[in-house]
Design a protein around this ligand. Structure first.
Ligand code: ZN
Ligand code: ZN
Length: 252
């Protein structure tokens, strides 16, 4: 399983960190995890095979996670690379996703779902296994927005990835990510978080310690992190596994 970080930032404009997006290439297929406004450009800039994308996962409806989806769908309608595609594109996310896309579509009758290839919008409930991009997944309700979900994906070779998306503190997330191969966890603030529905480093490290993943990746950094050395701060917590700082363009 290969993961490319496309956006390690937040909704706040930042010169080095685009808002959320991660590209996963696995045995089962290819998934784009979250789709902020910058992500179509980032996929192309990274030389990723976006025309063959099997599925898009939308974690929640904040625009730094879903804002690029309508524009991406407007682009795929006209992209020469997509003209001969017959394989469906899955767009998977919380209940309400279909209504969100339809409401956007209705603004100007963009016909976003009329593509050269079939588009399937799949709304998932927490704790109910589903298929995404040829892999088996399950979602967990997180304390962030009424619809926000974390996702656990298992590839055919048993490699597992968990993506928290935005979340407040919950130990359920540690159980959900337990012993996974890569745990991508939001860590919005270094300390003294100003927002209850995000994590700061101490909370993120507590969750990682409980989850015991093979490797963890911290992401979704607000500009408060700009003057802080993340690795130095992480080292203070004596982490139980390798803890990687997500940066735009990073491949693991
Ligand atoms: Zn966010
Ligand atoms: Zn959010």
């Amino acid at each position: 399983m290969k993961l490319t970080v496309l956006g390690s930032g937040t909704s706040v404009p930042h010169p080095k960190r685009a808002s959320s997006g991660y590209f996963v290439e696995a045995n089962g297929g290819t998934i784009l995890i979250d789709c902020s406004g910058s992500i179509a450009t980032r996929m192309a800039a990274a030389g990723l095979n976006w025309p063959e994308l099997d599925a898009v996962w939308i974690s929640h409806f904040h625009l730094d996670h879903v804002g690029g989806l309508p524009a991406f769908l407007a682009g795929t309608k006209h992209a020469a690379e997509m003209r001969d595609r017959s394989r469906p594109l899955q767009i998977v996310g919380p209940v309400g996703l279909k209504g969100l896309i339809e409401r956007f579509d209705a603004v100007r009758d963009y016909k976003l779902l009329k593509q050269p290839f079939p588009v399937e919008i799949i709304e998932v409930e927490p704790q109910e296994p589903f298929e995404i991009g040829g892999m088996i997944a399950v979602a967990l309700k997180t304390p962030h927005t009424p619809e926000s979900l974390a996702i656990h994906v298992r590839d055919s070779d048993e490699t597992t990835l968990v993506y928290s998306a935005d979340t407040g503190f919950t130990l359920e997330l540690a159980a959900f990510a337990r012993l996974c191969d890569l745990f991508i966890l939001e860590c919005s603030f270094p300390a003294d978080k100003p927002a209850e529905k995000h994590l700061d480093l101490a909370e993120a490290m507590y969750i990682i310690r409980k989850a015991k993943p093979k490797r963890a990746m911290l992401t979704h950094f607000y500009p408060e992190w700009d003057k802080v050395d993340l690795q130095e701060e992480v080292a203070r917590f004596d982490p139980p596994c390798e803890v990687v700082e997500a940066t735009d363009g990073l491949v693991v």
